[in-house]
Design a protein around this ligand. Structure first.
Ligand SMILES: NC(=O)c1ccc[n+]([C@@H]2O[C@H](COP(=O)([O-])OP(=O)(O)OC[C@H]3O[C@@H](n4cnc5c(N)ncnc54)[C@H](OP(=O)(O)O)[C@@H]3O)[C@@H](O)[C@H]2O)c1
Length: 334
């Protein structure tokens, strides 16, 4: 556990990025007891300031000495977690890591507080935050699993560009502007233009033909739900949406399930809202879940291809529940 104090010295690695900026807002909005904030970044943006509680605080370049006196370190800066998260932990900080580096390490809890908050008790100074698409999907799948026992899912994701960071947000924006001015789009972050397109390609391809991102729902889902037999066949798709991921899920359960029973379970699930009035054109959409803490679920129907099956659609802000909010919720639990 973090030593029980009234307020904490907090480092945010990647404070100048998409997740880092959101982390600062969530810490501030939820009144997390921050005594002193140390925003960290790479050499590229060292010196730029970040806003926190009405103050402009300069971000400094990450180094081995960055964690002296730090109680809690949030990491959202990709692969560099591999080197620096253990250094932060050795310096006495508890680390909450948003990268995928430690998620499958058996002695690193992988936690969604609404699902497996108790796993935090086993931590040894390092806790992993799950993949954003997995987190959004599990917010609806897990309560259904508790009630009906999930066996397997087939799912397709519709992932926002902010899931790839600030540069991808800028890339979509500039491609939209280029299209308006009838200029050819320049693609740097993604292998093809993302404006007015969808890319069935998120993360790198594995020999199996799935991408790494696609396997995270099965691999991380097994750990988070404590369900080693869980199977998930996923197609991850990048769409020209700025913020909030959506996932279409078909799930097969052990026990018979009706739409009414599923509605009852989902309506009570923490961190989730049931938005399911298709006759009134009401269903979850990223335009409306962006910036919201809760995920939304709708389009719940009996799946006509699976035994004991349900199909549903879930949408949630991946910068929040898929990253910053979940990380701060973990810190609050600590
Ligand atoms: N975006 C999401 O929805 C999401 C969701 C879940 C998890 N994550 C994970 O969160 C992490 C950050 O994602 P993001 O979307 O915020 O990316 P981003 O917008 O590209 O920001 C990356 C941040 O990391 C910093 N950084 C990069 N290399 C560094 C280095 N060598 N040393 C120190 N700082 C470094 C950057 O600093 P500079 O400004 O100096 O470049 C920036 O602050 C990634 O691991 C990602 O997988 C993202």
């Amino acid at each position: 556990m973090v030593n029980a104090k009234k307020s904490y010295h907090v480092a945010v690695v990647g404070a100048t990025g998409a997740v880092g900026a959101e982390l600062l807002r969530v810490l501030e909005r939820r009144g997390f007891p921050v005594e002193r904030l140390r925003p960290l970044c790479s050499q590229r943006s060292a010196g730029t300031t970040v806003s926190f509680r009405g103050e402009e605080i300069p971000a400094t370049e990450l180094s081995a000495a960055s964690f002296e006196g730090i109680d809690l370190a949030f990491f959202s800066a990709g692969e560099i977690s591999r080197k620096f998260a253990p250094l932060a932990r050795d310096a006495g900080a508890v680390v909450i890591d948003n990268s995928s580096v430690f998620r499958m390490e058996p002695d690193v809890p992988l936690v969604i507080p609404e699902i497996n908050g108790d796993d935090i008790r086993q931590h040894r100074g390092l806790i992993a935050n799950p993949n954003c698409t997995t987190a959004v999907a599990l917010m609806a799948l897990y309560p259904l699993h508790r009630a009906f026992g999930v066996r397997r899912v087939v799912a397709s994701s519709y992932q926002a560009v902010s899931g790839s960071g600030t540069r991808a947000i800028n890339e979509l924006r500039s491609q939209v502007e280029a299209a308006a001015e009838k200029r050819p789009p320049a693609a740097e972050i993604y292998p093809h233009p993302i404006a007015f397109n969808v890319l069935p390609h998120v993360d790198s391809f594995l020999p199996s033909g799935y991408t790494r991102e696609e396997m995270k729902m099965q691999n991380e889902g097994r750990r988070i739900m404590h369900l080693p037999e869980f199977r998930a066949s996923v197609t991850c798709v990048r769409v020209p949406v700025y913020r909030a991921h959506s996932v279409a899920v078909s799930a097969e359960f052990e026990r018979a399930v009706s739409v009414e029973e599923a509605h009852e379970v989902l309506a009570k699930a923490p961190g989730l809202e049931l938005v399911d009035e298709p006759q009134n054109n009401r269903y979850p959409m990223p335009l409306f879940t962006a910036g919201k803490d809760n995920c939304e679920v709708g389009r719940v129907r009996r799946d006509c291809a699976f035994e004991n099956g349900l199909a549903f659609w879930v949408s949630g802000d991946q910068l929040l529940k898929g990253a910053a909010l979940n990380a701060v919720q973990i810190a609050e639990l600590l």
